[in-house]
Design a protein around this ligand. Structure first.
Ligand SMILES: [Fe+2]
Length: 260
């Protein structure tokens, strides 16, 4: 399904094409049906059953963050792409750094994901989508810190176009009931999104957070009056917060204060 007046965006046919698209246009759409990307279509029903529908795992936001009715679970893992044989490991902290001086750091209870073989494998495949250190050559020796967020939304998906202040972001739709929730990408300074696509279950949008702002339209309830959208949203940080040694890199990359 595509938005009226827009062309259906192309999905990457394989990993090399995904890298190429991320490096040249800064975003890519992929599908979990495409095994050439290393993704497994059976992961979606697995994660739905064991994480999204597990009682008590998704929790209401404990901080003043919109949308207020959103549920979340979170982990942060490290991926060392200089040594692909090295397994993913837990990061020390699940804290999300403040975006500016007026906001606060947010620390969430960890939902352990790295010890789940299937989740671990999925995260490794996700990490392999990153288009290589050529994009951020100054930090090639550092592991990627991946913030893994499981969200269930019911009304608004996000508040407004924004950046996550990270390297790349991936939005994978696990389940959706209702319509709307069209993902949007904006170029800096533009009020009009250049990409609009209502991601369906199994579809994923990966984009360069340093180039674009992202948003999504509100969910529209189905004929039964209900709506929900389950997503796994990962942020791929190429720097470490709050280690001051990385501040020079952030300045060079012209990034804001990093967030996971
Ligand atoms: Fe975001």
């Amino acid at each position: 399904m595509t938005e009226r007046g827009t062309h259906a965006p192309e999905f990457a046919p394989n990993l090399e094409a995904a890298w190429e698209m991320l490096q040249t246009q800064g975003w890519v759409l992929i599908s979990d049906k495409n095994r050439d990307l290393g993704l497994d279509p059976s992961f979606r029903p697995y994660v739905l059953k064991h994480y999204f529908n597990k009682r008590g795992l998704l929790q209401p936001e404990t901080y003043d963050v919109k949308p207020y009715d959103r549920l979340r679970a979170r982990d942060v893992v490290k991926f060392n792409w200089r040594n692909l044989d090295e397994p993913l490991t837990e990061d020390d902290s699940t804290t999300i750094a403040p975006k500016d001086y007026s906001s606060q750091a947010r620390t969430y209870k960890r939902t352990e994901l790295v010890h789940d073989k299937r989740f671990n494998r999925w995260l490794e495949a996700q990490s392999m989508l990153m288009p290589g250190v050529s994009h951020h050559p100054t930090i090639e020796e550092n592991p990627i810190h991946i913030g893994v967020n499981l969200f269930r939304t019911f009304t608004d998906v996000v508040n407004s176009p924004h950046r996550d202040s990270t390297g790349f972001v991936s939005v994978f739709v696990v389940d959706k009931h209702g319509e709307g929730a069209t993902s949007e990408l904006y170029r800096e300074g533009s009020q009009t999104p250049f990409l609009r696509h209502p991601l369906q279950p199994g579809q994923e949008l990966v984009f360069d957070d340093t180039q674009f702002l992202h948003s999504a339209t509100p969910l529209i309830p189905a004929s039964d009056g209900k709506a929900h959208r389950d997503t796994i949203i990962c942020t791929y940080d190429f720097h470490r917060w709050p280690d001051p040694a990385y501040q020079n890199i952030l300045t060079k990359l012209n990034l804001d204060t990093p967030r996971n």
